[in-house]
Design a protein. Structure first.
Length: 112
């Protein structure tokens, strides 16, 4: 699978993350059958600002609920602000009650 095709599949999954929920790079990679490709999902999120669609990249965090991708939003506080606007509580770049707001595409969606 080439990078463009993989990135587009990542974007399709990210567009399905419900308002007020988050998922992880690894959960998306696992759902797409590319276990171990979390870094590639991160690269896709970094490139999502070039997409003609609005990709809610702020809803993708690391597997511990940390806002590790915040530097790619221009303003380092923007990712947190977008998540807080959706009702997600964050302290020191860590999502509070991460397990409660975590959205696992493997459990929530049918096969891709």
């Amino acid at each position: 699978m080439d990078n463009d095709n993989f990135f587009n599949k990542v974007y399709q999954v990210v567009e399905l993350i419900p308002h007020g929920r988050v998922t992880s790079y690894g959960a998306i990679a696992n759902y797409l059958g590319s276990r171990g490709a979390a870094r590639m999902v991160g690269w896709a999120m970094n490139g999502s600002h070039h997409s003609p669609n609005q990709i809610p990249a702020h809803r993708v965090v690391n597997s511990k609920g940390l806002l590790t991708g915040k530097i790619h939003f221009g303003d380092p506080g923007l990712m947190q602000k977008l998540l807080e606007n959706e009702g997600i509580e964050i302290v020191n770049d860590q999502i509070i009650r991460f397990n409660e707001v975590f959205w696992d595409p493997t459990k929530e969606l049918n096969e891709f």
